[in-house]
Design a protein around this ligand. Structure first.
Ligand code: SF4
Length: 81
């Protein structure tokens, strides 16, 4: 699971960080740091809660990121069956 931070929408409410400070890192002025956030397996519930707490909808939960690479990994290579 991944959280996509839409920095342009962030208004610095810090609600995400209040829910899960180890997941949602803020800059010195209280705005979410740029870049996607990869969420560890055991932190997914708190990450979802933090993302939902954002009143600006600046945090998008992407649950497909881990699965995206699986099909290629399990497909047989050419010549293998
Ligand atoms: S809750 Fe939303 S608006 Fe507030 S700091 Fe977090 S991402 Fe930014």
């Amino acid at each position: 699971m991944r959280i996509i931070a839409h920095n342009a929408k962030c208004q610095g409410h810090a609600r995400c960080s209040a829910q899960a400070p180890e997941i949602f890192k803020l800059d010195d002025e209280g705005y979410i740091l740029p870049g996607d956030i990869e969420v560890a397996e055991g932190e997914q519930l708190r990450a979802s809660q933090g993302a939902r707490s954002c009143p600006e909808r600046a945090l998008e939960v992407d649950r497909t990121s881990a699965a995206r690479f699986e099909p290629a990994a399990i497909q047989p290579r050419a010549g293998e069956d």
